[in-house]
Design a protein around this ligand. Structure first.
Ligand SMILES: Cc1ncc(COP(=O)(O)O)c(C=O)c1O
Length: 292
């Protein structure tokens, strides 16, 4: 059955053929927009407040004036989900700086466009989780923190699209990007983790990454369980020499990685700690989304 998204534009639920934004919108012209993606279980969005906090952080970093209140955005998300009528849903909230005369001056527009896209989330292929996925190291570097800071979740994803294009050309699942110092930052749409001798490690914020909501939640769970975690720089060689590797994101959750640049990681199968974290994270999101 075809999945039909439900789209909300500035508070109006619109038919797919009418889900359109002006060509003068700065999101379209310059990637001058911010966004968040999460999912639901049992119709309840996972970690929505954390995602909205990050949306406001991104707006502040880009000096995008937010004309919609947090309550309004939450209500519009709910309204869109009610129309979608699915237990498991993908949610994308986009705020653009708005429309105006063409020109880089941000003051040319003052009215944000708020777009919410929801669709049924059928789940991802089981082999991702059972076998693990393949990665390559992209030639393209991650934007440095003092350029388009990767901690801002903006609509400007060309850096990631270029890295994903490399992965796709090499028939890999995804690519990791390095920073100017040669350290690993993240995947094109997920954070990356390695495990070596029982220590679970993910790159620090200052490497130039998105501060993943899944990453933050996982770090909390890892600490609560008394497992060892760190946020230290590492290189592609450290990934190749690690015992286990996985990626994290809100919609895909934890995806084990079996190789980097054709080099098998650990046993080439999802590792024991990775599997433990997969179920730990799964249980935590399910517990957050128990209907009242
Ligand atoms: C570049 C990048 N890094 C990391 C993530 C993971 O972030 P989160 O856990 O908040 O979904 C994403 C998610 O879209 C992303 O685009």
């Amino acid at each position: 059955m075809k999945i039909v998204p439900v789209v909300n534009i500035n508070g109006l639920l619109v038919d797919i053929e009418d889900a359109k934004i002006s060509v003068f919108d700065r999101g379209f012209l310059y990637g001058d927009s911010i966004y968040e993606v999460t999912r639901t279980y049992n119709r309840i969005p996972v970690l929505l407040d954390e995602h909205l906090d990050r949306l406001w952080y991104s707006a502040e970093r880009l000096s995008i004036p937010m004309i919609h209140s947090r309550e309004l955005i939450k209500n519009e998300i709910n309204k869109t989900l009610v129309k979608l009528n699915q237990d498991d849903a993908y949610i994308r909230v986009i705020i653009t700086r708005g429309e105006g005369e063409i020109g880089l001056d941000p003051n040319l527009s003052t009215n944000n466009n708020l777009i919410i896209i929801t669709k049924h989330l059928k789940g991802y292929p089981s082999w991702w989780y059972e076998d693990g996925v393949t990665l390559i190291t992209a030639q393209i570097m991650r934007n440095p923190k003092n350029a388009t800071d990767p901690s801002i979740k903006s609509g400007n994803y060309l850096n990631n699209v270029m890295a994903m294009t490399e992965a796709s050309k090499q028939k890999a699942f995804d690519a990791i990007m390095l920073n100017q110092q040669g350290f690993v930052t993240e995947g094109t749409c997920s954070n990356i983790w390695i495990i070596k001798d029982g220590v679970i490690n993910t790159p620090p914020l200052h490497a130039g990454i998105l501060d993943g909501i899944t990453k933050q939640q996982l770090l909390k769970l890892i600490k609560e369980r008394g497992l060892k975690a760190s946020e230290l720089n590492f290189t592609p060689d450290d990934i190749k020499n690690s015992d286990e590797c996985f990626m994290s994101s809100s919609t895909r959750e934890i995806v084990p990685v079996k190789s980097l640049d054709g080099v098998t990681i650990g046993t080439g199968k999802p590792g024991i700690i990775t599997k433990q974290l997969m179920s730990l994270y799964k249980n935590s999101t399910r517990a957050m989304t128990v209907p009242k």
